[in-house]
Ligand binder design. Sequence first.
Ligand SMILES: Cc1cc2nc3c(=O)[nH]c(=O)nc-3n(C[C@H](O)[C@H](O)[C@H](O)COP(=O)(O)OP(=O)(O)OC[C@H]3O[C@@H](n4cnc5c(N)ncnc54)[C@H](O)[C@@H]3O)c2cc1C
Length: 197
Amino acid sequence: MRDPAELSFEAGQWVSVPFGPKKVRAYSIASTPRSPGRLTLCADVAPGGIGSAWFRALAVGQAVEFKAPFGGFAFRRDDPRRPLFVAEEIGIVPIRAMLADLDETGFDLHATLVYRGRDRSWLPYDDELVALARRRPGFAYHPLVSGDVTAAVDALVADPRDLVAYVSGGGAMIDAVREGLMARGLDRKSVRWEKFW
Ligand SMILES: Cc1cc2nc3c(=O)[nH]c(=O)nc-3n(C[C@H](O)[C@H](O)[C@H](O)COP(=O)(O)OP(=O)(O)OC[C@H]3O[C@@H](n4cnc5c(N)ncnc54)[C@H](O)[C@@H]3O)c2cc1C
């Protein structure tokens, strides 16, 4: 980055890329605050609109303009409850940033991630998450390429009342997971979410 040379942000926050008056696209920062001079974004270009076209056309070394940081989907380290992360496809990006940040800073990671994609190639960061689960016995990684996310969450979580959920992806998945957890006793405020589409 050149101007400013560094960006201070929390893992899970996003940048806003302008495409004209009142027209922007949001992209979560995939990298962690430990590299404030170099941000990584990760995009699914399948939606095919202006944001996707912009990503496809980016050339190495090209200057880009954006505003940042935005958003409150950030991990709360002082929350004693066990985190449950649920991601759908490209919705993994802010959760990947949180997990990498916790790992880099030596946080005692006791968490579960359920990560749904239409097949394994739609699970960016899958290899890295597999490696993280190997290195960190307290981190349970559950990639899912068939079946229902809510059923997987139900099967994995014995009692949701002592957890905090971080859910990211499409609105339908977020609603279903939230409803499922609330039906089993979790309060609405304990489900934190980032809606990509
Ligand atoms: C807070 C936030 C963070 C985001 N972070 C990222 C990110 O890190 N990476 C990223 O790729 N996108 C991210 N998005 C989505 C991104 O802002 C754009 O919506 C996306 O790139 C599509 O833009 P587009 O102009 O190509 O398509 P649009 O014309 O905006 O969308 C076309 C259609 O596709 C739907 N859609 C958009 N994205 C998806 C998707 N991934 N899967 C299925 N349907 C979709 C839209 O709802 C719309 O109906 C984020 C969105 C928000 C609100």
